[in-house]
Design a protein around this ligand. Structure first.
Ligand SMILES: NC(=O)C1=CN([C@@H]2O[C@H](COP(=O)(O)OP(=O)(O)OC[C@H]3O[C@@H](n4cnc5c(N)ncnc54)[C@H](OP(=O)(O)O)[C@@H]3O)[C@@H](O)[C@H]2O)C=CC1
Ligand SMILES: CC(=O)[C@@H](O)[C@H](O)COP(=O)(O)O
Ligand SMILES: [Mn+2]
Length: 399
């Protein structure tokens, strides 16, 4: 029986993970559920899944969680705060962790799971962008198994035999013998095909209306700016040990081919499926076995009978270029990129800045805070904090 901690249980990935868990009561059990502030939603999930522990990040909501669990007659233990979450993730309450908190806030618990040698179903891409080298090293040192959940990286994991043999061990010299390049597919988001000048007035409602995937607001805006693909380029670099020069992005509007891997012999392998994250999560829970996810097989004719591909428009969507540049600059640059983007996306969702100000704010922050070597977690966290302060202070210049 896998005892699973679902971090970000009240979110989109959390819902998909709990759906897959509920399909396999003989092999999976939700033992820890964690959320940020939404106590009511967390209590609702506790009533259904009856975990041993529930954690709310915001300590001021502890009493509401504790009393709600008691009133529901549940034996679930209530906890609050980051330290309690990290202790539960690292302890014997779980052997498997779904890391699905949104943003850099997910780094401490993701790192705790890696350091404790857990099976880590990693959806929280921001933790890899912020501290990828450190996180991969920690996972490797502790014998943790990282199964990427981001659909593209899960696809690559499925196509790459070496990634499956020892997930995360990409620094062995022959780990990727024969791998030529990785091709990440992008849907193009809700504004695919629009020119830059047509994006000035788009609204948060339009930006979060993803054409193919149902996701939380932050990643949906990232998809609309193509920053999501930029973060995924950096994520792929860390997960698979491939330099940015051998990672390419192709827009594929049907979102049926989830990514491709090209080998030196001219072979290209791809993973296809309907755009539903339960497939990736079932791979993560079941690997190396395959288990049912609730997702139907792919009927290509019913899906329109065609697979289209086109290059990304970097003029209209400069965030992808900025991410490639940050990866090349290395050191603290990806942390600065990620932090500035989190501030910018939040400001856009609050209507404090327009859509085009997102890349502008990120670019200005990167220019103001040149990369320095990422010698420790402390250096990275300081770069993250500095970038947030800088971007926050610059918002009024862009509004
Ligand atoms: N959705 C998807 O299909 C995909 C998502 N991902 C990645 O997975 C992660 C989650 O995305 P998604 O599910 O869409 O996001 P959602 O916005 O739907 O959910 C976010 C979750 O994180 C919790 N949370 C937010 N802040 C904190 C905090 N400070 N401490 C603890 N918990 C917190 C929220 O709790 P509360 O409800 O209480 O606020 C919620 O449970 C992101 O990193 C995203 O990039 C990757 C690929 C696909
Ligand atoms: C489901 C998933 O993995 C998302 O990251 C998805 O890729 C977003 O779609 P875009 O390709 O539009 O960024
Ligand atoms: Mn993705």
């Amino acid at each position: 029986m896998r005892e699973v901690a679902v971090l970000g249980a009240t979110g989109s990935i959390g819902a998909s993970a709990l759906d897959v868990i509920a399909r396999h009561p003989e092999r999976l059990r939700a033992s820890v559920l964690a959320a940020g502030r939404n106590v009511e939603a967390l209590l609702g999930l506790c009533r259904v899944h009856r975990p041993r522990h529930a954690v709310i990040a915001d300590a001021s909501l502890f009493a509401a969680l504790r009393d709600g669990l008691r009133d529901a007659g549940l034996a679930t233990h209530a906890h609050s705060g980051d330290e309690a979450l990290e202790a539960l993730v690292a302890g014997d309450a779980c052997d498997t962790v779904v890391a699905a908190i949104v943003g850099a806030a997910g780094l401490p618990s993701t790192l705790a799971a890696a350091r404790a040698g857990k099976r880590l179903l990693l959806a929280n891409k921001e933790s890899l962008v912020l501290a990828g080298e450190l996180l991969m090293r920690a996972a490797h040192a502790a014998g943790a198994t990282i199964v990427p959940i981001d659909s593209e990286h899960n696809a690559i994991f499925q196509c790459l035999p070496t990634a499956q043999e020892k997930p995360g061990a990409h620094w062995s010299p022959d780990a990727h013998a024969g791998l030529q390049r990785i091709v990440l597919t992008a849907s193009g988001g809700p504004f695919r095909g629009r020119r830059r000048d047509e994006l000035a007035q788009v609204t948060p409602e339009q930006a979060v209306a993803h054409p193919k995937w149902s996701m939380g607001p932050k990643i949906s805006v990232d998809s609309a700016t193509l920053m999501n693909k930029g973060l995924e380029v950096i994520e792929a670099h860390h997960l698979f040990g491939v330099p940015g020069t051998r990672i390419e992005v192709l827009v594929h509007p049907q979102s049926l081919v989830h990514s491709l891997v090209e080998f030196v012999d001219g072979s290209t392998l791809a993973q296809l499926g309907l755009p539903d994250m339960r497939t990736a999560l079932a791979v993560g829970f079941g690997w190396p076995e395959r288990i049912a996810s609730g997702v139907a097989g792919l009927d290509l004719v019913a899906q329109g009978g065609r697979l289209d591909f086109e290059p990304p428009d970097l003029e209209a969507f400069p965030c992808l270029r900025l991410a490639f540049e940050a990866l090349a600059a290395a050191g603290t640059a990806p942390a600065v990129l990620n932090a500035a983007n989190e501030v910018a996306v939040s400001a856009f969702l609050q209507r404090r800045i327009g859509f085009l100000a997102i890349p502008a704010l990120v670019e200005a922050t990167l220019a103001a805070l040149p990369a320095i070597p990422a010698t420790s977690l402390q250096v990275l966290l300081e770069a993250d904090a500095q970038a947030r302060r800088h971007a926050e202070a610059a918002i009024e210049d862009f509004s």
